[in-house]
Design a binder for this molecule. Sequence first.
Ligand code: COA
Length: 373
Amino acid sequence: MKSVCISGTGLFTPAESISNDELVACYNAYVAEYNEQHAADIAAGALNPLPPSSSEFIVKASGIQARYVVNKSGVLDTARMRPTIRTRGNDEPSLMAEMGVAAAKQALEAAKLQGSDIDCVLVACSNMQRAYPALAVEIQSLLGAGGYGYDINVACASAAFGVQAAVDALRNGSATRALVISPEICSGHLNFRNRDCHFIFGDAATAVVVEFTETAKGQRNFEILGTRLQTQFSSNIRNNAGFLNSAEVPPRPWDDVLFRQEGRKVFKEVVPMVSELIAAHLADLNIEASGVRRFWLHQANLSMNEYITRKLLGRDAERSEAPVILDEYANTSSAGSVIAFHKYQQDLVPGDIGVLCGFGAGYSAGSVIMRRI
Ligand code: COA
């Protein structure tokens, strides 16, 4: 089998950021308005008052301090509490394509390639902004790439699934150089009026170039030693938004077509699934967990990642072994593990092993084991 590597990564970060305090102030203003509007029912015992949110809880429960968003003013307007995104015409690049292209251009530059060198574009992320045409085909056109493109959605694990699809395409001869792009506008599917999860997500886009090691020209290449994917059905993270919504009788409540989860259950069920997946994948490649220089894990919850690395290493991981970006970015779904990879790879030297792992709704999990060359 020909050796395949990741030869470039890219990251697009939106210009605006919301701190926990700003988000909580907005949520609590909404709660005060709601409780005042329903004061009579609350006093009569017919309705429970909404409890406030707090920055202390958010940091303690998740490790998140802030999140980047494509639009801040809409999210922080108590009358709206969702991003305000201009409706674009069909002759304009879509917002997700624009973000994806920005990340892709950086990844191409790192790999010393042009758009026209790519013949497989995979958009791998949790939400596509329209049903069709595929975003990947739009991005392929914007980059001047050849070949083909298609979209992949396996929620937060999408990027790892995309990397495996790219590796398979190269080895099967259906492509020679691939881009896996993960544009995530998570603020668009987040219910900012739900105290349990209003703080969870942020927006970003990432890209990685996958090509044959032999011909890669990038300065910092990571040989892909193996990829492994796993799925197991669960409704504990679910979003019922879909093309049948307008046909469904009775119509779903507005908050049923946004993200929702049973956070505690997810935590308990996904930690063992992911640690076992990585442990088995490393064992099959004859690599000791202690021999891994870096774990670029999905960025949803700090303690979740600490549990996973503790299970793998039999001790607490140093921050430098399992870098954290969720404090600044929150959960950016499929982009999270790639953001960690993008930001924390410069100090790795030839021979160093790293594991990139995304996991989330489905449940789904994907591991990519790499060696710096
Ligand atoms: N502010 C203050 N208190 C809050 C709150 C908020 N925003 N949200 C919930 N609480 C309260 C709850 O009411 C509950 O109070 P109680 O103990 O009096 O009943 C308490 O805090 C604990 O709530 P819980 O929902 O059990 O918190 P948690 O510790 O499980 O943390 C998550 C919540 C979502 C941060 C955590 O479960 C998580 O991250 N899970 C993994 C999710 C994940 O990885 N998902 C992948 C998505 S892609």
